[in-house]
Design a protein around this ligand. Structure first.
Ligand code: SF4
Ligand code: SF4
Length: 368
């Protein structure tokens, strides 16, 4: 077994390019919480440099430090040296696993292989939307399917109310998350998804989860899918839903949808149509603060994850005074719902879920 990080030349060069300016400190959600220098990108880059130069041994402490990152990319967009720290941390996590520093995600990989989802759930809700063929196919992902079912139900209702001809498949986990936590995508599961999706004859795959969206778009295991891939906000941006709310509404950019996928405008185009009282938080778009759920943090450091979410939620409430917080990511939604305190009156929904509710309210009024 090797006792050194393998990190390729490009990444080694990037580590030496870090000028230690510390701009990343101000935007790192983990540093914001812990105030420990080792937790922000600067600290981890210094750690990696020391390891690379043989000044520090590779220890469990190094492995744990590198796991403490949500891969939110907020450091990346604020780095004057043009370094992408989270990409280097993900590569280093793989090296560490290769060196024998297995982490708890090894178990998650086994669970995914056995049950086809990250939670080890044996039964999957049947959304009743299986057609042999349809022009569109909807992929929900593990978090929505098993932890935010009510929200998914409303999203499906919205597609139905909007007369979208879509089908769904017997999904298994896209398993892209394994790549971020030191392991590799589950090729056999990816193949199962690819075959099931292709069998529908759909020309467009619609995902509700921004992370699944990225995996379908970016990972070579899905390169032969042969269909257009759209996040649901891209798909619905030109729809006219015919409903409005007068409530004060705000929006949280999910890191996977915003900084990672560059989708900032489509959710806003949809929200502006339904909410004239739309207000942005101070940290928004490429500077939006992470909800704390990504990069495996929710699994490896659950308390940090929920505290970050609590901090982001308080920030949004204080800055905007909004009554409704919208996002379009099952992981952000789930973390915020878990973090919300009883005294906080803000309601939190995915955009699609919220619109489906508005339509149903209007239908009830019209029927009364
Ligand atoms: S902002 Fe970039 S260059 Fe500056 S300390 Fe952070 S990673 Fe290094
Ligand atoms: S990716 Fe996010 S959590 Fe990770 S070091 Fe950068 S700012 Fe911090």
């Amino acid at each position: 077994m090797s006792n050194q990080l393998k990190l390729d030349e490009k990444r080694r060069k990037a580590i030496t390019q870090c000028s230690r300016c510390g701009f990343c400190r101000a935007v790192c959600p983990i540093f914001d919480l812990t105030k420990r220098p080792i937790t922000n990108a600067r600290g981890k880059m210094i750690l990696l440099k020391e390891v690379m130069e043989g000044k520090l041994p590779v220890t469990e402490g190094v492995a744990q430090a590198l796991l403490r990152c949500t891969t939110c990319m907020n450091c990346t967009v604020n780095c004057p040296s043009g370094v992408d720290p989270q990409e280097i941390f993900k590569a280093a996590r793989k090296d560490l696993v290769g060196m024998g520093f297995d982490n708890l995600f090894k178990k998650m990989g086994e669970v995914i292989e056995k049950y086809g989802n990250i939670y080890g759930e044996e039964e999957r809700h049947d959304w009743g939307h299986k057609k042999s063929r349809a022009p569109y196919v909807l992929f929900v992902g593990c978090v929505g399917t098993f932890r935010e079912e009510e929200s998914v139900e409303e999203t499906i209702r919205l597609l139905d109310l909007s007369k979208v001809d879509f089908t769904m498949i017997d999904e298994v986990c896209c398993s892209g998350v394994m790549e971020d936590v030191g392991y590799s995508i589950k090729g056999e599961l990816a193949q199962r998804n690819v075959q099931a999706l292709q069998k529908t004859g759909a020309k467009t795959l619609i995902t509700t989860c921004p992370y699944c969206y990225r995996v379908f778009k970016e990972h070579p295991s899905y390169k032969d899918l042969g269909m257009e891939i759209k996040h649901i906000t891209q798909f619905l941006k030109d729809f006219d839903f015919g409903v409005k709310t007068n409530k004060k509404v705000t929006y949280h950019d999910p890191c996977d949808l915003g900084r990672h996928a560059g989708i900032y405008d489509e959710p806003r185009e949809i929200i502006r149509k339904i909410a004239p009282n739309f207000v942005e938080p101070r940290r928004t778009r490429e500077n939006a603060m992470c909800c704390g759920s990504g990069g495996g943090l929710r699994g490896s450091f659950p308390e940090d994850s929920i505290e970050i979410s609590r901090s982001r939620l308080s920030q949004i409430i204080e800055e905007t005074g909004a009554e409704i917080l919208l996002t379009e990511c099952p992981s952000c939604l789930h973390n915020f719902q878990n973090a919300k305190l009883r005294k906080q009156k803000i309601e939190i929904y995915n955009i699609t879920e919220f619109i489906a509710k508005l339509i149903q309210e209007q239908q009830k009024k019209e029927a009364a």
